[in-house]
Write a protein that binds this ligand. Structure first.
Ligand code: PGA
Length: 243
């Protein structure tokens, strides 16, 4: 199975900044000889996607950070962007990120509807699940994660990438330790099958990226803030070349 390096820009970089940054990262990727089994996926804000696609198409795939849950390719849904619209550019779409679950009150059912739209348009959902610090402390994290996964992946027939993103690890500088991630990986693979890629996100950076990607139980990383820093991006990309 390929190893995935996914960069989530979140609500950062205006269009001109996205263009400049895409040119920089294209140069970085070109300068490094990336192993064949590594796939780089860049997830800019919607408004920048067509520009980033043009610049990055020879070195990386594009992912969207969200999509409409409405079951139609067009229509009277102010502010929405359909999976069909984005499918000219993107191969992947992130769904169920905890920032959307918390700030926009997205439910597991919303996430599943989005996932179905993504599959219908020949893209792959990157389905995020994660527990709070409190839930981990009380030891209920595994059952919470499994419930979240079961409900959010309804109708997806395991044709998604599962991204384990503990809420307490995102943007905190405290990554989950490898044993904790492997525990979740084996539960997810037991539920979804070995063919379903399992990736980790939450304070991935140039210091831990290589070790995470090295684990056979971890099929990739989802990186936020560190991937927006050109120096860190460069270090993470070059660390993937080492054996
Ligand atoms: P972070 O974000 O790398 O900044 O912790 C990861 C994510 O939310 O996808």
């Amino acid at each position: 199975m390929n190893k995935l390096f996914i960069s989530n820009w979140k609500m950062n970089l205006a269009v001109t900044e996205s263009i400049d940054f895409s040119n920089e990262i294209s140069r970085t990727i070109n300068e490094n000889i990336i192993k064949d089994n590594i796939e780089i996926i860049i997830c800019p804000p919607f408004i920048s996607i067509p520009y980033c696609f043009q610049i990055l198409k020879s070195v990386a795939k594009i992912g969207a950070q969200d999509i409409s849950k409405m079951n139609e390719i067009k229509g009277a849904y102010t502010g929405e962007i359909s999976a069909k619209m984005i499918s000219d550019y993107a191969d992947y779409v992130i769904i169920g990120h905890s920032e959307r679950r918390t700030n926009l009150k997205e439910t597991n059912q919303d996430v599943s509807l989005k996932g179905i739209n993504i599959l219908k348009n020949n893209m792959t959902p990157i389905l995020c699940i994660g527990e709070t610090e409190e839930q981990r402390k009380t030891g209920e994290h595994i059952s919470i994660l499994i419930d979240q996964l079961n409900e959010s992946s309804e109708g997806l027939e395991n044709k998604m990438i599962v991204a384990y993103e503990p809420i307490w690890a995102i943007g905190s500088g405290n990554s989950c330790n490898i044993e904790q991630i492997i525990e979740v990986s084996s539960e997810v693979k037991a539920l979804c099958g070995n063919g379903t890629p399992f990736i980790y996100g939450g304070s991935v950076n140039e210091d831990n990226c290589k070790e995470l990607l090295y684990q056979k139980e971890i099929d990739g990383v989802l990186v936020g803030s560190a991937s927006l820093n050109l120096n860190s991006f460069n270090k993470m990309i070059s660390s993937m070349n080492g054996d």
